[in-house]
Design a protein around this ligand. Structure first.
Ligand SMILES: O=P(O)(O)OC[C@H]1O[C@H](OP(=O)(O)OP(=O)(O)O)[C@H](O)[C@@H]1O
Ligand SMILES: O=c1[nH]c(=O)c2nc[nH]c2[nH]1
Ligand SMILES: [Mg+2]
Length: 159
């Protein structure tokens, strides 16, 4: 699937992400997890912050790739885990079409699956998420951005 389906950007700063993780953790803190399984690479960042909030030290990964920037290709699963997820917290940054989530759910059917952000197509595949984002929005994460100079509007208009 190609990038043409994304018509808007939903930009998330490091501050916003950190606040969102803490908010999601309020809904998780009463539960007792054996550990976290992070879905690389996007899930690693929220997983590290969640681990700090919930005081979890045991962290494993499912290593999987679906997108080349905005273009979705075939799923490439490089590493799985050797259990069904019972008692584990499964973390990804977002669910979009649900293709990644579906594959990981098959591997870990008993895990409690959370994402920070969820688009409508993929939302039914996760147990919990914090914020819903429109399907046509590309979520722009802070690790994919940098601080850059922006020309004053008046100068831009002179061109
Ligand atoms: O619901 P889907 O349509 O499957 O999309 C969601 C997945 O896509 C992104 O990962 P990506 O494959 O881009 O790899 P990355 O985490 O290494 O950036 C994102 O981190 C999710 O894992
Ligand atoms: O950074 C990202 N933003 C998105 O909206 C998205 N959807 C799938 N994969 C994604 N990666
Ligand atoms: Mg990912």
């Amino acid at each position: 699937m190609s990038s043409e389906r994304y018509h808007q950007h939903f930009t998330i700063s490091w501050d916003q992400l950190h606040r969102d993780v803490r908010q999601l953790c309020h809904q998780l803190v009463e539960r007792d997890f054996k550990g976290i399984v992070a879905i690389t690479r996007g899930g690693l960042i929220p997983a590290a912050l969640i681990a700090r909030e919930l005081n979890i030290r045991l962290i494993d990964t499912v290593c999987i790739k679906s997108y080349d920037h905005m273009d979705q290709g075939g799923l490439d699963i490089m590493k799985g885990v050797d259990h069904d997820g019972d008692g584990w917290l499964l973390v990804d940054d977002l669910v979009d079409t649900g293709k990644t989530a579906r594959a990981v759910r098959e591997m870990l059917p008993k895990a409690h699956f959370v994402t920070m952000y969820a688009k409508p197509e993929g939302r039914p595949l996760v147990d919990q998420y914090l914020t819903e984002v429109a399907q046509q929005c590309w979520i722009q994460f802070p690790w994919d951005m940098g601080i850059a100079y922006v020309e004053p509007l008046a100068d831009q208009l002179k061109k």
